[in-house]
Design a protein. Structure first.
Ligand SMILES: Cc1cc2nc3c(=O)[nH]c(=O)nc-3n(C[C@H](O)[C@H](O)[C@H](O)COP(=O)(O)OP(=O)(O)OC[C@H]3O[C@@H](n4cnc5c(N)ncnc54)[C@H](O)[C@@H]3O)c2cc1C
Length: 392
């Protein structure tokens, strides 16, 4: 079977890409080793924070803004709520700059980009934080808050499901439970060898998430690191502390990656908050991720990040999940041609901050493929040729 485009991997980025191509009338197929949405990759766990002023860098801001627009379009088409703009509070300390996702002063950069892009926000001192957000406690009198009312959370599994359904309705052929075993370029296209036989395509867009290095070879195993993360849901003793408009939050702290944390208000009908830190120390093979959660990690999370910092949250763990980040050396995205496989576009080593940009990246890739003008600029995410040769 031949397609104009085959999208490999139908998680956050693949679902968005196959949808955007299909709605433009491209003869496209999507192939996934599981049946997305699923909980074996990087896009599960109910919620992902989305912001508009993106401290990771100016190149991401147009993507986040476009994703918000697309999610609202998808909500109108599907009737499924995807984006909850409950606001985002980022707390930091005015005396120190805290690193985040490769940015030396994450809070400072966020506020600077909000100013330069005209994104609505408030800067708060400790007294104002206490008055507006009493659920957060234990921070110093030097605390400063960045509050962005248009930020919030997006529902990852639902967003993937909606885009795949709409893609199929627009004519995309979807092959779930079909692992891609290898790919090879030939004159005029790419052969995609799967468990269900070989397909060909003029172009392949590979969105294989944490399996990217294994599937793509070349420089990618040296550039991509898969890091296990854990998500915890603690039951609320005092749900009234988290009013319906309670924001998502990022509490920036300390020098180590695990010193900062982020979390979400309770979802409608739930009596728990989800909270997590970031881990870049444990990296491993995507086929052997430890998905168990041990009590010592639960206790450490509660003691370090919940007790004394979030009012009205009990020690009772309702749920926990393991998930993975696939990170590049500088925490940036990597979206470019495969240097050794002509016809293959590599997407999605999205370094733990990709979901909020996924809808827009899918749109930009489809617009580039269809040679439409006005596509978001993805040039900041090109493979750094110097870094590639350094890995050889
Ligand atoms: C715990 C956690 C919290 C996060 N928090 C945030 C957040 O708050 N905000 C934010 O913006 N981002 C966040 N992220 C990052 C974001 O979720 C990821 O960047 C994004 O989901 C990655 O999407 P993906 O498409 O690259 O990978 P995935 O969604 O994992 O998709 C990859 C797909 O490829 C398929 N696949 C792989 N290999 C093959 C193969 N050989 N053949 C066929 N199919 C294959 C897989 O089955 C999978 O479906 C978080 C990530 C984690 C893990």
């Amino acid at each position: 079977m031949h397609y104009d485009v085959i999208v490999v991997g139908l998680g956050a980025f693949g679902a968005a890409t196959v949808y955007q191509l299909a709605r433009r009338g491209v003869n496209v197929a999507g192939v996934d080793r599981f049946s997305p949405p699923h909980d074996q990759g990087s896009s599960h766990g109910d919620t992902r924070i989305t912001r508009q002023a993106i401290g990771e860098g100016a190149a991401y801001v147009p993507l986040a803004l476009n994703s918000h627009r697309i999610w609202r379009e998808l909500e109108a088409l599907s009737g499924a709520p995807l984006l909850e703009a409950c606001g985002m509070l980022m707390l930091s300390d005015s005396r120190v700059a805290t690193r985040g996702h490769g940015t030396a002063d994450f809070a400072g950069e966020t506020a600077a980009l909000a100013r330069s892009f005209g994104i609505e926000h408030d800067l708060l001192n400790a007294a104002e934080i206490a008055q507006r957000f009493p659920q957060f406690t234990g921070y110093s009198s030097h605390a400063v808050g960045y509050y962005e009312p248009g930020a919030g959370y997006v529902r990852p599994e639902r967003a993937i499901e909606v885009q795949l359904k709409l893609a199929q309705q627009a004519g995309a052929a979807l092959y779930p439970n079909t692992p891609v075993l290898s790919m090879e370029a030939y004159d005029g296209g790419v052969r995609v060898h799967t468990s269900a036989g070989t397909f060909t395509a003029g172009r392949v867009i590979s969105c294989a998430g944490m399996w990217s290095a294994k599937l793509l070879g070349g420089p990618f195993p040296s550039l991509l690191k898969v890091c296990r993360q854990q998500l915890f849901w603690f039951e609320l003793d005092e749900p009234e502390r988290f009013a319906p408009d309670s924001p998502v939050y990022i509490l920036l702290d300390g020098d180590a990656d695990t010193d900062s944390c982020y979390g979400f208000p309770p979802l409608p009908g739930e009596n728990a908050i989800k909270i997590a830190t970031e881990n870049y120390a444990d990296s491993g093979d995507p086929d052997h991720i430890d998905r168990s959660i041990n009590q010592a990690d639960v206790d450490a999370m509660y003691e370090q990040h919940v007790a004394g910092r979030l009012a009205g949250v009990s020690r009772r763990l309702l749920r926990a999940k393991a998930c993975t980040y696939t990170i590049t050396p500088d925490f940036n995205f990597l979206i470019d041609e495969h240097p050794q496989l002509p016809g293959v576009t590599v997407v999605s080593a999205c370094s733990g901050h990709g979901f909020k940009h996924s809808a827009a990246v899918g749109e930009a890739l489809a617009m580039h493929y269809c040679r439409e003008t006005g596509a978001a600029d993805l040039s900041a995410f090109r493979l750094n040729k110097a870094a590639v040769s350094a890995t050889r």
